[in-house]
Design a binder for this molecule. Structure first.
Ligand code: RUB
Length: 350
């Protein structure tokens, strides 16, 4: 099953907050609920929130009482603004919203607008899944039999509609019969690694070991890691990679220890309109995500402490060995390789 889909006039998604304990589904009927689910991270991961926002616009179109083209487009614009503002960093979200809005703008009656909004949202979701399968096959060529792979955050089926990006590479290598072992960063503060990556790998029967984020440097320095694979929420034109907080530290320590570091992203995550990572907005999330953890039933931090909680960081392109996409692996200089890969992918999708 897909992590997000259109189901009988609703957006149905796996509520990622309840995993690994419970596989709970959410059925959403209004775009406001979709925006809330993205903000609260019931659905998360760059490709998944893009697809979800696309379906959120389809909901807005299907449930709006508008009878004229102008009123329906006005309602859709309001929903688009709401959805786009739900989370700022992953380009897939704004990209999906813009894509649906571009398509409906050309339509002249309400029935067509409703149908086109849904068709386009469905196409976005389907394309993500197809990209992931291609990306997985391409990335698996970089994985040697017997490799130990360090992975940060969660980039599996839940984060990407289906199959996965960096975890899709691991999955493809495993499906090809290679023996792989994954060191799973727990990924504080929201523990996407411990909760979601560990759960998915367990479901797939792929061997892994869960480690505290702070242990990653130790495993890299002692020669126990062959490859670091991560996803990304946005890749800038120069190859800077914006991904889950903590990725930068991993990339620097990987370079120090001559371990290859790859970002695995569908081309929908590459933003050629942004020159470098510093121009990408970094989401700041609520303090409670850091202080809310309890040990022995007690909060881990004193009440009222000041907290900083940036959700992402920038890994400068000089630390990135390559960027694996569904259209091949981009290598430095990224300012030359990324445009080639993106335009070839656009040609394939159109
Ligand atoms: C998600 C995150 C993931 C990428 C994966 O952050 O950082 O690594 O989104 O994307 P959050 P992709 O949990 O805050 O949404 O699979 O495209 O590489």
């Amino acid at each position: 099953m897909r992590s997000v889909e259109w189901h009988q006039g609703f957006v149905r998604l796996v509520d990622q907050r309840f995993l690994p304990g419970e596989l709970r589904l959410l059925e959403l009927e209004r775009p406001e609920q979709v925006a809330q689910a993205i903000r609260d991270m019931a659905v998360r991961g760059a490709p998944a929130i893009g697809a979800t926002a696309g379906f959120g616009l389809a909901l807005a179109a299907w449930h709006s009482p508008a009878r004229s083209q102008a009123t329906l487009l006005h309602d859709l614009q309001q929903a688009a603004d709401l959805l786009r503002s739900a989370r700022p960093t992953a380009v897939n979200l704004a990209g999906a919203v813009e894509r649906v809005m571009r398509r409906v703008a050309a339509e002249e009656n309400v029935e067509r607008i409703r149908q086109v909004a849904l068709d386009e949202a469905q196409a976005i979701a389907d394309e993500e899944v197809a990209r992931n399968h291609r990306l997985g096959r391409i990335g698996a060529e970089l994985v040697a039999d017997g490799a130990t792979i360090l992975h940060h955050c969660h980039t599996g089926a839940l984060a990407t509609v289906d199959y996965g990006t960096a975890l899709g590479v691991v999955r493809a290598a495993h499906e090809q019969g290679k023996h792989v072992h994954v060191l799973v960063d727990e990924t504080r503060p929201l523990l996407q690694g411990a909760r979601l990556t560990a759960w998915e790998l367990q479901q797939l029967g792929i061997p892994f070991t869960l480690i505290a984020d702070n242990a990653a440097g130790h495993f890299l320095r002692t020669g126990q890691v062959n490859l670091v694979l991560v996803g990304a929420d946005r890749v800038a034109a120069n190859g800077d990679v914006v991904n889950k907080i903590g990725t930068y530290k991993l990339a620097v320590v990987a370079r120090e220890n001559a371990v290859p570091f790859y970002a695995c992203v569908p081309t929908s995550t590459i933003d050629l309109s942004i020159a470098d990572g510093d121009a990408i907005p970094i989401e700041e999330r609520p303090a409670e995500e850091v202080t809310g953890l309890t040990l022995l039933g007690r909060p881990v931090a004193p009440e009222g402490v000041a907290v900083a909680n940036p959700a992402f960081d920038v890994t400068p392109c000089r630390y990135v060995t390559g960027i694996v996409t569904e259209n091949g692996v981009a290598y430095p200089p990224y300012a030359e390789s990324l445009p080639r890969i993106v335009s070839a992918a656009n040609g394939r999708d159109s």
